[in-house]
Design a protein around this ligand. Structure first.
Ligand SMILES: C[S@@+](CC[C@H](N)C(=O)[O-])C[C@H]1O[C@@H](n2cnc3c(N)ncnc32)[C@H](O)[C@@H]1O
Length: 307
């Protein structure tokens, strides 16, 4: 009997069905993305070459990718990258996979920078930088800005450094291993401190989608109520910020009030919230601002309104 010919169409159909059976969330899309990674082509190419047979080597590679995805390994770890803002970021199992909500945080900071410093030449600190998605994107959009990215994980920092070099901002960013502010000198004042810290309540981690559970626990676990990192960062952020500096957080669901309260208890006079695409409060911004001064009010208004 003739061996079946594994054309692009046949592989895609088979993979989609297999993923459906395994409860993979976007079966058809994931099948296409994986096949594109194998064939090193754009998705449109799959549709114009439906009848093209795969080589044995391509089939073997696709089989190994499909096996991994069927075990709910995040797609980004399998193909080794994730699109964020206008670049592809390298990601590995040592880094969180950057999320679309976090792009909104970067977008707000890009808008804030020229309001904080006329030439946009801000100094920014990214706490828990992971793949470097936030700080690298910020510097990519703000050519006069400089930054520091810190993380507890040296493996994540190595990935962040690679991303900074690939995107061409490596001369303007320093990466440092640090337990939050422990390795950040207090004499250096930043215009922006940004963090997307681990914020999942520890007990909820076991209930997360299987894919998410394969991301590093150190990137997810925010302690008993999910707020441990906000408490620690808020306690020290004001002394590391310039007088008119901006503190910016990504937050988890239902954390908006608690995080704003923490900011207000630790030297910040004003806070503002921005929603994500689903209308969930997802970002908190805080300014120190002295009594009687309201010149920075419009910064918060500007960066939290829908862009
Ligand atoms: C939710 S991930 C965010 C990663 C990246 N900033 C992003 O938005 O995609 C949180 C990051 O905080 C780091 N982290 C955890 N504990 C830390 C600590 N004590 N000090 C510094 N970074 C820490 C983790 O390694 C992880 O990279």
């Amino acid at each position: 009997m003739d061996k079946p010919v594994w054309t692009i169409m046949k592989i895609l159909n088979w993979t989609k069905q297999h993923f459906e059976a395994k409860g993979v969330e976007n079966p058809r899309l994931d099948a296409e993305v994986l096949l594109c990674a194998v064939l090193k082509c754009e998705r449109i190419k799959l549709y114009t070459e439906f009848d093209k047979p795969l080589s044995e080597e391509e089939r073997d590679k696709m089989r190994s990718y499909v096996e991994r995805r069927a075990k709910h390994e995040p797609l980004a770890y399998i193909i080794g990258e994730r699109a964020f803002m206008r670049n592809n970021f390298k990601v590995t199992p040592a880094t969180l996979v950057p999320r679309p909500e976090t792009e909104l945080l970067v977008e707000s900071l890009v808008k804030a920078a020229p309001m904080l410093r006329a030439d946009g030449a801000v100094k920014a600190l990214d706490i828990g930088t992971g793949s470097g998605a936030i700080i690298v994107s910020l510097l990519d959009y703000l050519p006069a800005a400089v930054g520091v990215g810190v993380d507890i994980s040296n493996e994540a920092l190595a990935v962040a450094k690679e991303n900074a070099a690939a995107i061409g901002v490596d001369k303007r960013v320093a990466f440092r291993q640090s337990d939050l502010f422990s390795n950040v000198p207090v004499e250096k004042k930043f215009d922006i401190i940004v963090s997307n810290p681990p914020y999942i309540p520890a007990a909820d981690i076991a209930t997360l989608a299987q894919d998410v559970q394969q991301e590093p626990r150190t990137a997810l676990d925010g302690g008993a109520d999910g707020l441990d990192f906000y408490r620690r960062i808020c306690a020290e952020a004001a002394e590391h910020l310039a007088e008119d500096g901006l503190l910016a957080f990504e937050i988890g669901i239902d954390q908006s009030e608690a995080v704003q309260k923490l900011c207000l208890e630790h030297g910040f006079a004003k806070t503002a919230v921005r929603m994500d695409y689903a209308g969930i409060p997802r970002m908190i911004f805080a300014l120190k601002e002295k009594e009687g001064e309201d010149k920075y009010e419009n910064i918060l208004l500007e960066i939290t309104k829908e862009l």
